[in-house]
Write a protein that binds this ligand. Sequence first.
Ligand code: ATP
Ligand code: MG
Length: 348
Amino acid sequence: SYRVAAARSATLEQRISDDPSTFRVLTGDRPTGTLHLGHYFGTLANRVRLQRTGMDVLLVIADYQVITDRDSVGDLRGNVLGIVADYLAAGIDPAQATIFTHSAVPALNQLLLPFLSLVTDAELRRNPTVKAEADAATGRALSGLLLTYPVHQAADILFARANLVPVGRDQLPHLEATRTIARRFNDRYAGGQEIFPVPDALLTQAPLLLGTDGTKMSKSRGNAIELRASADDTARLLKRAKTDTDRTITYDPVARPEVANLLLIAALCTGQDPEHLAATIGTGGASQLKATVTEAVNEHLRPLRRRRTELAGDSSHLLAVLREGNARANALADVTLDRVRTLMAMTY
Ligand code: ATP
Ligand code: MG
Protein backbone atom coordinates (compact mmCIF):
# COMPACT_ATOMS: atom_id res chain seq x y z
CA SER A 1 0.00 0.00 0.00
CA TYR A 2 0.91 3.67 -0.29
CA ARG A 3 1.71 4.10 3.42
CA VAL A 4 4.10 1.17 3.39
CA ALA A 5 5.81 2.42 0.24
CA ALA A 6 6.16 5.94 1.68
CA ALA A 7 7.78 4.58 4.86
CA ARG A 8 9.98 2.32 2.76
CA SER A 9 11.10 5.32 0.67
CA ALA A 10 12.34 7.05 3.82
CA THR A 11 14.42 3.97 4.74
CA LEU A 12 15.71 3.80 1.18
CA GLU A 13 16.83 7.42 1.29
CA GLN A 14 19.01 6.51 4.27
CA ARG A 15 20.55 3.57 2.43
CA ILE A 16 21.09 5.74 -0.63
CA SER A 17 23.01 8.32 1.35
CA ASP A 18 25.02 5.56 3.08
CA ASP A 19 26.11 3.87 -0.14
CA PRO A 20 24.64 4.85 -3.51
CA SER A 21 26.87 2.36 -5.31
CA THR A 22 24.60 -0.54 -4.25
CA PHE A 23 21.77 0.75 -6.43
CA ARG A 24 20.90 0.67 -10.09
CA VAL A 25 17.96 2.78 -11.26
CA LEU A 26 15.45 1.95 -13.94
CA THR A 27 12.31 3.92 -14.65
CA GLY A 28 10.62 5.49 -17.62
CA ASP A 29 7.70 7.07 -19.40
CA ARG A 30 5.18 6.36 -22.13
CA PRO A 31 5.80 8.48 -25.25
CA THR A 32 2.19 9.63 -25.38
CA GLY A 33 3.17 13.30 -25.16
CA THR A 34 5.81 15.40 -23.50
CA LEU A 35 6.57 15.46 -19.80
CA HIS A 36 4.69 17.58 -17.27
CA LEU A 37 5.01 18.82 -13.69
CA GLY A 38 3.66 15.51 -12.36
CA HIS A 39 6.57 13.66 -13.95
CA TYR A 40 9.02 16.26 -12.82
CA PHE A 41 8.10 16.27 -9.14
CA GLY A 42 6.96 12.63 -9.06
CA THR A 43 10.07 11.08 -10.59
CA LEU A 44 12.20 13.11 -13.02
CA ALA A 45 13.86 15.41 -10.46
CA ASN A 46 14.57 12.32 -8.37
CA ARG A 47 16.24 10.59 -11.31
CA VAL A 48 18.56 13.55 -11.78
CA ARG A 49 19.41 13.61 -8.08
CA LEU A 50 20.14 9.86 -8.05
CA GLN A 51 22.29 10.13 -11.15
CA ARG A 52 24.34 12.83 -9.44
CA THR A 53 25.26 10.37 -6.67
CA GLY A 54 27.04 8.37 -9.39
CA MET A 55 24.32 5.73 -9.72
CA ASP A 56 23.78 3.84 -12.93
CA VAL A 57 20.49 5.21 -14.33
CA LEU A 58 18.48 3.61 -17.13
CA LEU A 59 15.46 5.35 -18.62
CA VAL A 60 13.04 3.45 -20.80
CA ILE A 61 10.79 5.25 -23.24
CA ALA A 62 8.02 2.66 -23.32
CA ASP A 63 6.93 2.90 -26.94
CA TYR A 64 5.00 -0.38 -27.16
CA GLN A 65 2.94 0.74 -24.18
CA VAL A 66 1.49 3.64 -26.16
CA ILE A 67 -0.89 1.19 -27.82
CA THR A 68 -2.16 -0.36 -24.59
CA ASP A 69 -5.13 2.03 -24.59
CA ARG A 70 -5.37 3.48 -28.11
CA ASP A 71 -5.46 2.39 -31.75
CA SER A 72 -2.75 4.65 -33.11
CA VAL A 73 0.79 5.38 -32.05
CA GLY A 74 0.26 9.09 -32.85
CA ASP A 75 3.37 11.18 -33.44
CA LEU A 76 5.54 8.51 -31.88
CA ARG A 77 8.88 9.68 -33.18
CA GLY A 78 8.18 13.28 -32.21
CA ASN A 79 7.03 12.25 -28.75
CA VAL A 80 10.06 10.01 -28.18
CA LEU A 81 12.50 12.75 -29.17
CA GLY A 82 10.51 15.25 -27.09
CA ILE A 83 10.94 13.06 -24.02
CA VAL A 84 14.67 12.70 -24.65
CA ALA A 85 14.79 16.52 -24.79
CA ASP A 86 12.84 16.72 -21.50
CA TYR A 87 15.28 14.33 -19.81
CA LEU A 88 18.37 16.19 -20.94
CA ALA A 89 16.87 19.61 -20.18
CA ALA A 90 16.04 18.42 -16.65
CA GLY A 91 19.69 17.47 -16.11
CA ILE A 92 19.99 13.81 -17.11
CA ASP A 93 23.54 13.34 -18.39
CA PRO A 94 23.50 11.16 -21.52
CA ALA A 95 27.15 10.21 -21.06
CA GLN A 96 26.19 8.45 -17.85
CA ALA A 97 22.52 7.50 -18.23
CA THR A 98 21.16 4.92 -20.68
CA ILE A 99 18.10 6.26 -22.49
CA PHE A 100 16.39 3.66 -24.69
CA THR A 101 13.11 2.66 -26.32
CA HIS A 102 12.05 -0.85 -25.38
CA SER A 103 11.00 -1.70 -28.95
CA ALA A 104 14.69 -1.46 -29.93
CA VAL A 105 15.75 -4.11 -27.41
CA PRO A 106 14.41 -7.51 -28.56
CA ALA A 107 15.97 -9.55 -25.73
CA LEU A 108 14.14 -7.40 -23.18
CA ASN A 109 10.82 -8.13 -24.85
CA GLN A 110 11.51 -11.86 -24.95
CA LEU A 111 11.59 -11.91 -21.15
CA LEU A 112 7.87 -11.24 -21.33
CA LEU A 113 7.26 -14.90 -22.25
CA PRO A 114 8.65 -16.61 -19.16
CA PHE A 115 7.40 -13.73 -16.99
CA LEU A 116 3.81 -14.14 -18.21
CA SER A 117 3.96 -17.75 -17.05
CA LEU A 118 4.67 -16.52 -13.51
CA VAL A 119 1.42 -14.56 -13.03
CA THR A 120 -2.21 -15.59 -13.03
CA ASP A 121 -5.13 -14.16 -14.89
CA ALA A 122 -6.74 -13.19 -11.54
CA GLU A 123 -3.62 -11.30 -10.43
CA LEU A 124 -3.56 -9.36 -13.69
CA ARG A 125 -7.25 -8.46 -13.43
CA ARG A 126 -7.14 -7.10 -9.92
CA ASN A 127 -4.37 -4.54 -10.57
CA PRO A 128 -6.05 -1.24 -9.51
CA THR A 129 -4.01 0.99 -11.84
CA VAL A 130 -4.85 -1.17 -14.86
CA LYS A 131 -8.52 -0.98 -13.82
CA ALA A 132 -8.35 2.83 -13.51
CA GLU A 133 -6.60 3.18 -16.87
CA ALA A 134 -9.11 0.87 -18.54
CA ASP A 135 -11.94 3.01 -17.08
CA ALA A 136 -10.25 6.21 -18.28
CA ALA A 137 -10.16 4.85 -21.86
CA THR A 138 -13.95 5.19 -21.99
CA GLY A 139 -15.85 2.92 -24.31
CA ARG A 140 -12.87 0.75 -25.10
CA ALA A 141 -12.64 -2.93 -24.37
CA LEU A 142 -9.63 -3.86 -22.23
CA SER A 143 -6.86 -4.92 -24.62
CA GLY A 144 -4.60 -7.88 -23.86
CA LEU A 145 -1.66 -5.49 -23.92
CA LEU A 146 -3.21 -3.19 -21.28
CA LEU A 147 -3.96 -6.19 -19.07
CA THR A 148 -0.40 -7.52 -19.33
CA TYR A 149 1.63 -4.30 -19.45
CA PRO A 150 2.67 -4.53 -15.79
CA VAL A 151 4.47 -7.76 -16.77
CA HIS A 152 6.12 -5.92 -19.65
CA GLN A 153 7.25 -3.35 -17.10
CA ALA A 154 8.71 -6.16 -15.03
CA ALA A 155 10.82 -7.04 -18.08
CA ASP A 156 11.83 -3.37 -18.45
CA ILE A 157 13.07 -3.31 -14.86
CA LEU A 158 14.49 -6.80 -14.46
CA PHE A 159 16.39 -7.05 -17.74
CA ALA A 160 18.72 -4.43 -16.28
CA ARG A 161 18.74 -6.10 -12.85
CA ALA A 162 17.73 -2.71 -11.45
CA ASN A 163 16.82 -2.49 -7.78
CA LEU A 164 15.59 1.10 -7.44
CA VAL A 165 12.59 2.47 -9.32
CA PRO A 166 11.71 6.15 -8.79
CA VAL A 167 8.04 6.39 -9.77
CA GLY A 168 4.72 8.01 -8.94
CA ARG A 169 2.10 6.43 -6.75
CA ASP A 170 0.10 4.94 -9.63
CA GLN A 171 3.03 2.62 -10.29
CA LEU A 172 3.00 0.87 -6.92
CA PRO A 173 0.79 -2.05 -8.00
CA HIS A 174 3.11 -2.63 -10.98
CA LEU A 175 6.17 -2.58 -8.76
CA GLU A 176 4.46 -5.19 -6.60
CA ALA A 177 3.95 -7.33 -9.72
CA THR A 178 7.63 -6.94 -10.62
CA ARG A 179 8.67 -7.98 -7.12
CA THR A 180 6.46 -11.05 -7.33
CA ILE A 181 7.84 -12.00 -10.74
CA ALA A 182 11.44 -11.60 -9.59
CA ARG A 183 10.84 -13.78 -6.53
CA ARG A 184 8.96 -16.45 -8.45
CA PHE A 185 11.59 -16.63 -11.17
CA ASN A 186 14.37 -16.89 -8.60
CA ASP A 187 12.51 -19.64 -6.73
CA ARG A 188 11.40 -21.62 -9.73
CA TYR A 189 14.52 -21.53 -11.86
CA ALA A 190 17.44 -20.58 -9.65
CA GLY A 191 16.82 -22.38 -6.36
CA GLY A 192 16.17 -19.08 -4.60
CA GLN A 193 19.40 -17.46 -5.79
CA GLU A 194 19.00 -13.74 -6.54
CA ILE A 195 19.16 -13.83 -10.33
CA PHE A 196 16.77 -10.91 -10.34
CA PRO A 197 16.99 -8.42 -7.46
CA VAL A 198 13.62 -7.62 -5.88
CA PRO A 199 13.35 -3.90 -6.68
CA ASP A 200 11.98 -1.06 -4.53
CA ALA A 201 9.82 1.87 -5.57
CA LEU A 202 11.13 5.27 -4.55
CA LEU A 203 8.45 7.92 -4.01
CA THR A 204 8.87 11.69 -3.65
CA GLN A 205 6.96 14.34 -1.67
CA ALA A 206 4.63 14.57 -4.68
CA PRO A 207 3.73 10.97 -5.50
CA LEU A 208 0.42 11.96 -7.07
CA LEU A 209 0.37 15.49 -8.42
CA LEU A 210 -3.08 16.65 -9.51
CA GLY A 211 -3.82 18.33 -12.82
CA THR A 212 -5.88 21.45 -13.43
CA ASP A 213 -9.13 19.42 -13.18
CA GLY A 214 -8.27 17.98 -9.77
CA THR A 215 -7.52 14.44 -11.00
CA LYS A 216 -4.07 12.87 -11.53
CA MET A 217 -2.02 15.05 -13.85
CA SER A 218 -1.63 12.91 -16.99
CA LYS A 219 -0.42 13.42 -20.51
CA SER A 220 -3.59 11.78 -21.78
CA ARG A 221 -6.15 13.79 -19.79
CA GLY A 222 -5.59 17.35 -21.06
CA ASN A 223 -5.03 18.57 -17.49
CA ALA A 224 -1.25 18.86 -17.49
CA ILE A 225 1.23 21.70 -17.32
CA GLU A 226 3.98 20.58 -19.64
CA LEU A 227 7.57 21.31 -18.75
CA ARG A 228 8.00 22.92 -22.16
CA ALA A 229 4.94 25.20 -21.80
CA SER A 230 5.61 28.93 -22.19
CA ALA A 231 5.29 31.22 -19.18
CA ASP A 232 2.06 32.62 -20.68
CA ASP A 233 0.56 29.18 -21.28
CA THR A 234 1.46 28.22 -17.73
CA ALA A 235 -0.39 31.29 -16.43
CA ARG A 236 -3.41 30.57 -18.64
CA LEU A 237 -3.62 26.91 -17.59
CA LEU A 238 -3.20 27.65 -13.90
CA LYS A 239 -5.83 30.39 -14.06
CA ARG A 240 -8.47 27.81 -14.87
CA ALA A 241 -7.24 25.22 -12.36
CA LYS A 242 -9.93 23.83 -10.09
CA THR A 243 -9.89 25.24 -6.54
CA ASP A 244 -12.63 25.98 -4.00
CA THR A 245 -14.56 29.03 -2.78
CA ASP A 246 -12.91 29.52 0.61
CA ARG A 247 -10.91 32.76 0.33
CA THR A 248 -8.64 31.86 3.22
CA ILE A 249 -5.87 29.69 1.85
CA THR A 250 -4.87 26.77 4.08
CA TYR A 251 -2.77 23.67 3.45
CA ASP A 252 -5.11 20.73 4.02
CA PRO A 253 -4.49 17.87 1.54
CA VAL A 254 -7.47 15.85 2.79
CA ALA A 255 -10.18 18.49 2.99
CA ARG A 256 -8.88 20.79 0.20
CA PRO A 257 -6.92 18.60 -2.22
CA GLU A 258 -6.85 21.05 -5.16
CA VAL A 259 -5.68 24.02 -3.09
CA ALA A 260 -3.12 21.84 -1.30
CA ASN A 261 -1.86 20.56 -4.65
CA LEU A 262 -1.23 24.10 -5.90
CA LEU A 263 0.52 25.00 -2.65
CA LEU A 264 2.66 21.87 -2.97
CA ILE A 265 3.72 22.81 -6.51
CA ALA A 266 4.70 26.31 -5.37
CA ALA A 267 6.50 24.85 -2.35
CA LEU A 268 8.50 22.39 -4.42
CA CYS A 269 9.48 25.13 -6.86
CA THR A 270 10.60 27.58 -4.17
CA GLY A 271 11.92 25.28 -1.44
CA GLN A 272 9.49 26.80 1.10
CA ASP A 273 6.98 24.77 3.02
CA PRO A 274 3.36 24.73 1.89
CA GLU A 275 1.93 25.84 5.28
CA HIS A 276 4.16 28.89 5.22
CA LEU A 277 3.08 29.74 1.67
CA ALA A 278 -0.58 29.35 2.65
CA ALA A 279 -0.08 31.76 5.55
CA THR A 280 1.60 34.27 3.23
CA ILE A 281 -1.33 34.20 0.82
CA GLY A 282 -3.78 34.40 3.73
CA THR A 283 -7.17 35.73 2.57
CA GLY A 284 -5.96 36.44 -0.96
CA GLY A 285 -8.13 33.58 -2.29
CA ALA A 286 -7.67 31.43 -5.37
CA SER A 287 -6.47 34.27 -7.60
CA GLN A 288 -3.60 35.16 -5.29
CA LEU A 289 -2.78 31.47 -4.88
CA LYS A 290 -2.66 30.97 -8.65
CA ALA A 291 -0.49 34.03 -9.15
CA THR A 292 1.96 32.68 -6.56
CA VAL A 293 2.07 29.24 -8.20
CA THR A 294 2.47 30.66 -11.70
CA GLU A 295 5.38 32.83 -10.65
CA ALA A 296 7.02 29.93 -8.77
CA VAL A 297 6.68 27.47 -11.67
CA ASN A 298 7.87 29.91 -14.32
CA GLU A 299 10.81 30.96 -12.21
CA HIS A 300 11.83 27.40 -11.33
CA LEU A 301 11.49 26.05 -14.87
CA ARG A 302 13.09 28.97 -16.69
CA PRO A 303 16.58 27.37 -17.09
CA LEU A 304 15.09 23.97 -17.96
CA ARG A 305 12.87 25.56 -20.59
CA ARG A 306 15.76 27.46 -22.10
CA ARG A 307 17.85 24.29 -22.39
CA ARG A 308 14.88 22.38 -23.78
CA THR A 309 14.33 24.89 -26.58
CA GLU A 310 17.95 24.49 -27.66
CA LEU A 311 17.81 20.69 -27.44
CA ALA A 312 14.53 20.40 -29.33
CA GLY A 313 16.15 22.11 -32.30
CA ASP A 314 18.84 19.44 -32.56
CA SER A 315 17.02 16.22 -33.34
CA SER A 316 20.16 14.56 -34.69
CA HIS A 317 21.76 14.93 -31.26
CA LEU A 318 18.65 13.52 -29.57
CA LEU A 319 18.65 10.56 -31.97
CA ALA A 320 22.34 9.92 -31.36
CA VAL A 321 21.69 9.83 -27.59
CA LEU A 322 18.88 7.33 -28.13
CA ARG A 323 20.93 5.10 -30.45
CA GLU A 324 23.78 5.01 -27.99
CA GLY A 325 21.34 4.13 -25.20
CA ASN A 326 19.69 1.43 -27.33
CA ALA A 327 23.08 -0.16 -28.00
CA ARG A 328 23.94 -0.22 -24.29
CA ALA A 329 20.52 -1.60 -23.34
CA ASN A 330 20.84 -4.34 -25.97
CA ALA A 331 24.20 -5.45 -24.61
CA LEU A 332 22.75 -5.67 -21.12
CA ALA A 333 19.56 -7.45 -22.24
CA ASP A 334 21.50 -10.06 -24.23
CA VAL A 335 23.46 -11.02 -21.12
CA THR A 336 20.29 -11.28 -19.01
CA LEU A 337 18.39 -13.31 -21.60
CA ASP A 338 21.31 -15.72 -22.01
CA ARG A 339 21.31 -16.28 -18.30
CA VAL A 340 17.55 -16.83 -18.22
CA ARG A 341 17.64 -19.31 -21.08
CA THR A 342 20.48 -21.22 -19.47
CA LEU A 343 18.56 -21.47 -16.19
CA MET A 344 15.52 -22.67 -18.13
CA ALA A 345 17.58 -25.30 -19.98
CA MET A 346 16.92 -23.57 -23.30
CA THR A 347 20.42 -24.04 -24.62
CA TYR A 348 20.72 -26.06 -27.79
P1 ATP B 1 -0.37 8.73 -19.75
O1 ATP B 1 -1.59 9.55 -19.46
O2 ATP B 1 -0.06 8.65 -21.20
O3 ATP B 1 -0.37 7.39 -19.09
P2 ATP B 1 1.18 9.85 -17.64
O4 ATP B 1 1.10 11.32 -17.48
O5 ATP B 1 0.40 8.96 -16.72
O6 ATP B 1 0.85 9.55 -19.15
P3 ATP B 1 3.37 7.98 -17.64
O7 ATP B 1 4.31 7.97 -18.79
O8 ATP B 1 2.30 6.94 -17.60
O9 ATP B 1 2.71 9.43 -17.56
O10 ATP B 1 4.17 7.92 -16.26
C1 ATP B 1 5.57 8.05 -16.20
C2 ATP B 1 6.04 8.19 -14.78
O11 ATP B 1 5.60 9.43 -14.23
C3 ATP B 1 5.52 7.13 -13.80
O12 ATP B 1 6.53 6.84 -12.87
C4 ATP B 1 4.37 7.80 -13.13
O13 ATP B 1 4.11 7.26 -11.84
C5 ATP B 1 4.89 9.23 -13.03
N1 ATP B 1 3.76 10.16 -13.01
C6 ATP B 1 2.90 10.39 -14.02
N2 ATP B 1 1.97 11.28 -13.65
C7 ATP B 1 2.26 11.62 -12.37
C8 ATP B 1 1.65 12.52 -11.42
N3 ATP B 1 0.56 13.20 -11.74
N4 ATP B 1 2.21 12.63 -10.19
C9 ATP B 1 3.31 11.93 -9.86
N5 ATP B 1 3.93 11.07 -10.71
C10 ATP B 1 3.41 10.92 -11.95
MG1 MG C 1 0.30 6.79 -17.15
